[in-house]
Design a protein around this ligand. Structure first.
Ligand SMILES: [Zn+2]
Length: 95
């Protein structure tokens, strides 16, 4: 199955093609996510069946928020369909 090429809204580089997420942030940029104070954040699924969890990479402390910042742009991280994590620019989320 061939999906149309997608570009990352943050860096303009290639993003993983997805039917469901047309404007999601590429994996490279996902790794650069920080909180409002610049602390690095990690995201993952709570379990194999899904769920969303965010944590601080420096202390492994969990963070109770979907908000993150990439290159100074406010973003929203959430659970992707069928597991995995999808990050979008906050202002581009329409629902
Ligand atoms: Zn990117």
């Amino acid at each position: 199955m061939n999906l149309p090429e997608q570009t990352c809204p943050i860096c303009g580089g290639p993003a993983e093609p997805s039917i469901r997420f047309l404007h999601w942030v590429c994996f490279e940029c996902c790794r650069k996510a920080v909180d409002e104070n610049g602390r690095p954040l990690g995201f993952g699924n709570e379990s194999f069946s899904g769920g969303f969890v965010a944590w601080y990479k420096d202390t492994n402390e969990t963070r109770d928020s979907h908000i993150c910042y990439i290159n100074g742009i406010k973003c929203w991280a959430g659970e992707a369909h069928m597991g995995g994590i999808a990050i979008h620019i906050y202002d581009q989320i329409r629902n």
